[in-house]
Ligand binder design. Structure first.
Ligand code: IVH
Length: 708
């Protein structure tokens, strides 16, 4: 949808703009305009509030333009609640103070942040009402406590006339010009649904997490200031003097209460419960949070606190707690107020997710993949219910962006189970001279060179096989079925071997003896023998598998194959210049650089030499040009179990001869090689008339014979 959208609010029926009547606009034009407005209101409500559009954007735009054209021809037709009037471009000198007709109170906060804190509130309410143990459970409405800005929206005869901030609760500021730009807030209330002459709807203006992220990205790109949280973003937007700025801020709204309303004696609605009131607000077109629930008694309040707490990190908007309200309005009146806070409501917060603390140092950790992560060492602080002493700082750019330095007071954030992070710095004094953080030039674990690839934010250790931090990962990768294929060398065994310091570098694998293996926990002699046999078997391999197994960054299976094919011999690859590497099919500057840097590390060359010395070998071939590509241009599909060759071996052989091995059969498939229990692919081949070979046929094809 375009920017020109409006929100729900059907034209109050039969109501014609008096200006239009006076200006003699033809009756038919007035009805037409009213119908267009009603339609646009309906569609916008579906789009913005219900999140369920029923027409394509283009259709909305077409009708919007029709209305704009009518209003252009008859300016007297324009009503303040017309969808065309969301952004009128008002620029104010200052915000006008407005006294609230009904004060905007705050709510008492339950200090116990545990879920059981809800029990105390229920007990207080029961005591105030003079209920004993035997009395029935009290019914509450439980709502999220939105982290935004409280707003009072005044509607007279169904039309939005004024929007006011909470201010000090007695006097707020008029921000109507900005609030009109929020598409979730109706400019006029849904017709025919008992809209009273005067009603003030209260709720929270906020900004969804994803919208805040996008806004911040935009602000940053424009060199403008970013917002630390949705509340600041909402407040900063709503208090703008120029409504065209607010119009560009993706604000949202949730309704949760009422201010002044025409009393029932004067024809206003008579709600029995808070919940019924919320349902009515919804029917008038206001967004009400889908989490709002009825809760009976303390136990259901506790359950709500727990449930929303668990969902909190995944909710699309920020909350800092939940709010419980006695549902019956009669009971609310009976309970009344205590020092400007209602006795019938309480805010029950979650442990704070953000806390300030001192950043004492920045260390660098090396992950299993070689990524260097700066870690902030913090003065211990309670965040989200646990003591935090470390927090991640993603990478060097993250530190620069946040502008944090050792010795700063920083904000630490911990949301749900995620790793705590440093969000930013608390503005204020900082020690006289602290140098900016720099990434080390060599790996803190193994001393290998640290590099950052072009266009990458992360620094990495080039130690690979040699680096202790990457050891387990490197060994598992080396042993992988598609690399050296060492059966039985899985996670658990690698953990044990590395933790017991039996294996430090890859060649140590081939130095394992029966006694050192059998000495490991839960390792029977038979399995130890199996592992040794698998290791022995793996020594006879291919250059492609060996190269892939080395775990060179950016060198996957297919690059390993292309390298092996292109150079034929390992030494040629190890000594290749970047320019020479760039000659290889599909190898670009990033990959070439990775390979070159890897073999420039003496440790890595040493590992390769030792592996060869341990007996790892392969048939070295001729450089690509000379290898006969007898299956070049052919596409082969493998299916079922071949009698002797494994699937991977068959694939290697076909590819070595220049064939492309594909996973699905089409008319373009040259051959399907089918083994036992071949299923749908075989059927498909037969259906399309693609020739089908067995293993023997495939081998014949590879020898350049006519397959039987
Ligand atoms: S009810 C008399 N419900 O929290 C009760 N307030 O001090 C009036 N808030 O600034 C408030 N979510 O803006 C209520 N579901 C909710 C709320 C909520 C957030 C804010 C409100 C006010 C503060 C309460």
């Amino acid at each position: 949808m375009t920017e020109n959208l409006d929100l729900f609010s059907a034209e109050p029926q039969g109501q014609k703009p008096s200006a239009a009547i006076n200006a003699g606009v033809p009756e038919s034009v007035m009805s037409k305009a009213a119908a267009l407005r009603g339609q646009l209101h309906q569609w916008a409500h579906e789009y913005y509030v219900l999140d369920a559009p029923t027409v394509p954007d283009g259709e909305y735009d077409r009708v919007y333009q029709q209305l704009e054209a009518l209003e252009g021809a008859y300016p007297a037709l324009v009503t303040p609640d017309s969808p065309t009037q969301r952004v009128v471009g008002a620029v104010l000198d200052g915000l006008t103070p407005v006294r609230h007709a009904v004060p905007m109170l705050s709510i008492q906060t339950e200090t116990d942040n545990e879920a059981t804190g809800a029990i105390a509130f229920d007990q207080r309410v029961r005591k105030e009402l003079g209920l004993d143990e035997s009395a029935a459970a009290i019914e509450y409405v439980a709502e999220p406590k939105f982290d935004g800005l409280a707003m009072n929206l005044r509607y007279e005869n169904g039309r939005l006339v004024q929007a006011t901030t909470r201010g000090d609760g007695e006097v707020g500021e008029d921000v109507t010009h900005n609030i009109r730009t929020i598409r979730q807030i109706p400019l006029s209330l849904s017709a025919g649904r008992d809209v009273p002459p005067v009603v003030e709807v209260r709720g929270e203006v906020h900004m969804a997490k994803a919208d805040l992220d996008r806004l911040n990205a935009r602000q940053q790109a424009a060199g403008a200031k970013t917002f630390a949280n949705p509340r600041n973003a909402a407040a900063g937007s709503v208090r703008q003097l120029d409504s065209s700025i607010a119009a560009q801020r993706p604000l949202s709204f949730f309704a949760y209460g009422l201010g002044e309303i025409t009393p029932p004696q004067q024809g206003g609605p008579d709600f029995g419960t808070h919940y019924a009131m919320l349902q009515t607000l919804k029917s008038w077109g206001f967004p009400v949070a889908p989490q709002v629930s009825i809760a009976r008694g303390a136990s259901e309040l506790v359950a709500f606190h727990e449930r929303i707490g668990a969902e909190r990190a995944n909710l699309p908007y920020e909350i800092d707690g939940v709010v419980y309200k006695v549902n019956s309005l009669a009971l609310q009146r009976q309970l009344g107020f205590k020092s400007r806070e209602p006795r019938w409501a309480v805010a029950h917060k979650y442990p704070a997710q953000e806390m300030p603390t001192l950043m004492e140092a920045i260390d660098v950790q090396v992950g299993r993949t070689g990524k260097l992560t700066p870690v902030a060492r913090l003065a211990p602080v309670q965040v989200g219910g646990v003591v935090v002493t470390n927090a991640t700082l993603s990478n060097l750019f993250d530190i620069r962006k946040k502008g944090v330095r050792v010795g700063d007071q920083v904000i630490v954030r911990r949301a749900g189970d995620v790793i705590p992070e440093v969000v930013g710095r608390v503005p204020g004094e900082r020690p006289a001279y602290v140098p900016n953080f720099r990434m080390p030039k060599s790996c803190p674990i193994c001393g290998s060179e640290v590099v950052r690839e072009k266009g990458e934010a992360n620094h990495r250790c080039t130690g690979g096989l040699f680096c202790g931090a990457q050891r387990k990962e490197a060994i598992l990768h080396f042993a992988h079925r598609r690399a050296m294929d060492i059966e039985g060398l899985g996670d658990k065994l690698v953990d044990q071997l590395v933790d017991a310091q039996v294996v430090r570098v890859l060649p140590d694998l081939y130095r394992l003896g029966l006694s050192s293996l059998a000495a490991l926990d839960r390792m029977a002699e038979k399995s130890a023998q199996n592992v040794l046999a698998a290791l022995e078997k793996s020594k006879s391999t291919t250059l492609q598998r060996f190269l892939f197994g080395l775990g060179i960054r950016n060198v996957g299976e297919s690059t390993a194959r292309d390298l092996a094919k292109h150079f034929g011999k390992l030494d040629a690859i190890m000594d290749a210049s970047v320019e020479e590497l760039l000659q290889v099919k599909d190898v670009g500057p990033v990959v070439a650089d990775s390979i070159h840097t890897f073999f420039a590390q003496p440790h890595n060359r040493e590992v390769v030499e030792q592996l060869r010395a341990c007996g790892v070998h392969w048939d070295e071939g001729e450089p690509a040009e000379k290898a006969p590509q007898i299956l070049a241009g052919m596409t082969v599909v493998l299916t079922g179990t071949l009698p002797t060759l494994g699937r991977d071996a068959a694939k290697d052989m076909l590819e070595a001869a220049g064939a492309k091995v594909s996973g699905s059969v089409s008319k373009k498939t040259s051959y399907v090689v089918a083994g036992a229990e071949a299923g749908s692919k075989l059927a498909k081949a037969e259906e399309l008339g693609v020739p089908v070979l067995d293993e023997a046929g495939m081998l014949a094809l590879l020898r350049g014979e006519q397959p039987g």
